[in-house]
Design a binder for this molecule. Structure first.
Ligand SMILES: Cc1cc2nc3c(=O)[nH]c(=O)nc-3n(C[C@H](O)[C@H](O)[C@H](O)COP(=O)(O)O)c2cc1C
Length: 167
């Protein structure tokens, strides 16, 4: 499957639908050492004069080790397809599973990033900042119920360096 580069401002779908309803794969690493996991929380927007994504990763995720070890990460979107495979990538850990073998998802390695060949849309990002969520900032008390084991997300900010659409 081939991709063509597009302008992020030309996205046809709502980013809220893309991430919340359709889900995405967050991937990082290099050939032989990469991992991917399903995400449905996050955002696309603007910060510090850059087009960015925000991704939220709990401390126990194996994928986080690859994001930490890399300057790049990606979000691959599937437009509502591959939900079964995305459920697997969101319930099994790459620590003890080969998710590519399990799902048939194929990695594409591209200038320090890895994304998924079957995707409809890919945001290739340069990691530019991270913030660990601090519950002192939770104004709505119900937010705390997402963290029964105190595993507050790390938010990664990625500058979108390339937006790819399935050609
Ligand atoms: C629909 C869905 C959305 C998810 N969203 C997130 C998320 O935004 N952040 C997160 O840390 N985990 C999220 N998860 C959980 C991880 O995908 C899951 O724990 C995965 O097995 C981690 O894999 P890893 O250990 O190989 O990194 C989600 C799971 C599913 C099924």
């Amino acid at each position: 499957m081939k991709f063509r580069e597009i302008d992020i401002r030309g996205l046809k779908e709502s980013p809220v639908k893309l991430i919340s309803d359709d889900w995405a794969l967050l991937s990082a690493g290099k050939p032989g050492e990469w991992n991917t996991m399903t995400v449905s929380w996050g955002g696309v927007g603007e910060l510090w004069g850059k087009d960015v994504v925000f991704a939220f990763v709990r401390p126990q995720r194996y994928t986080r080790e690859f994001i930490e070890g890399s300057d790049m990460f990606s979000l691959s979107f599937f437009g509502g397809k591959y939900k079964k495979e995305l459920s697997l990538c969101g319930s099994k850990s790459g620590r003890d599973t080969d998710k590519a073998e399990l799902t048939g998802f194929a990695p594409v390695f591209d200038n320090g990033a890895v994304y998924i060949r079957q995707a409809e849309l890919v945001l290739v990002c340069r990691k530019i900042a991270f913030f660990d969520l601090n519950p002192d900032g939770f104004i709505d008390e119900s937010i705390e119920s997402n963290y029964a084991s105190g595993d507050y997300h790390r938010m990664y900010v990625g500058e979108i360096v390339k937006t790819l659409e399935k050609a």
